[in-house]
Design a protein around this ligand. Structure first.
Ligand code: C2E
Ligand code: MG
Ligand code: MG
Ligand code: MG
Length: 287
């Protein structure tokens, strides 16, 4: 009896593996055609500046409408990275996001996520220049978000690219701060403009003293290094009150707004302009 149980467990396990592999291959094959089939689109999630009390930046997030569902980037980005498909997809994202941002009112910036692979296989600086020029978007309105894994190699070529982008006026943010094992040393290797504190710290912020202490320390660190700090994943008023008191400069999360289709985001930005015209853009300037 034990033997047949063992065999059936093994069989079940093997079937599970096959299904996973099958699923991966299906995603990979679909992803290869996603660009030409026009199945990729971007949604846009605003970041609220807490001092300004207005949207100062908007993050572009990729969505893939495939067959009868929308595939999450957490599902297909890793596959796109392994297959190298992230390179053409990443280029599309950059061009699409900058074109869209050029239509936004005011000086709202657009934030684009970059994969480590985009640094290795392309003239990234050239691509960014070309995307900005084609979109007629000033470099100062683009932010590039990178994760710690990018810097793992800590190689000079990557740092040079980052410095070149920054010299152009593009801002560089460290995304998902606190999830890697050497976040702190990266802050020393490169002068980031912004630290985005990972959502996992937000999750238990209101009931865990240690998360509170970490959040407060990272915000303080950002302040003393002259970097802005974004609290990611703010879902409740209680969390907002807490990160505001701790001095975070920006929040991003479902409480203020989920990621929105481009038209809805544009309405939100236009409503903001009507509510409070920016001082340098008066509604009616005397002749
Ligand atoms: P990320 O860059 O850290 O983006 C933030 C993620 O948190 C987004 O998930 C967003 O929808 C989600 N989020 C925002 N506010 C809340 C909240 O209050 N609660 C919760 N539970 N979630 C919130 P999304 O869109 O599924 O993207 C996941 C990840 O996929 C991104 O994490 C980013 O690493 C990657 N990604 C998305 N678009 C791109 C892209 O164009 N290129 C690359 N390389 N990666 C991308
Ligand atoms: Mg991001
Ligand atoms: Mg993030
Ligand atoms: Mg994240």
């Amino acid at each position: 009896k034990a033997k047949s149980e063992g065999r059936s467990t093994y069989h079940f396990f093997e079937t599970g593996m096959d299904a996973d592999l099958q699923q991966r291959r299906t995603i990979e094959a679909g992803l290869r055609l996603a660009l030409q089939r026009d199945e990729l689109r971007l949604v846009y999630q605003p970041l609220l500046g807490l001092q300004q009390n207005r949207v100062i930046c908007v993050e572009a997030l990729l969505r893939w409408d495939h067959e009868d569902r929308t595939v999450s980037p957490t599902e297909f980005i890793p596959i796109a990275e392994e297959t190298g498909l992230i390179v053409p997809i990443g280029e599309w994202v950059l061009r699409e996001a900058t074109k869209t941002a050029a239509k936004w009112p005011g000086d709202v910036r657009v934030a684009v996520n970059l994969s480590p692979m985009q640094f290795k296989t392309r003239d990234l600086v050239g691509l960014v220049k070309s995307a900005l020029a084609d979109a007629h978007l000033p470099a100062s309105r683009l932010e590039l978000e990178i994760t710690e894994s990018l810097l793992l190699a800590d190689n000079e070529a990557t740092l040079n690219v980052l410095h070149e982008l920054r010299a152009m006026g593009v801002r560089i943010s460290m995304d998902d701060f606190g999830t890697g094992y050497s976040s702190l040393s990266y802050l020393r290797s490169f002068p980031f403009d912004k630290i985005k504190i990972d959502r996992s710290f937000m999750r238990d912020l209101t009931d865990r003293k240690d998360s509170q202490a970490i959040m407060e320390a990272v915000i303080g660190l950002g302040r003393s290094l002259g970097m802005s700090t974004t609290a990611e994943g703010v879902e409740t008023e209680e969390q907002l009150a807490m990160v505001r008191a701790q001095g975070a400069t920006e929040i991003q999360g479902f409480l203020f707004s989920p990621p929105l289709p481009p038209a809805a985001l544009l309405s939100l930005l236009r409503a903001q302009v009507r509510k409070a015209p920016e001082p340098d853009r008066p509604a009616a300037r005397p002749p």
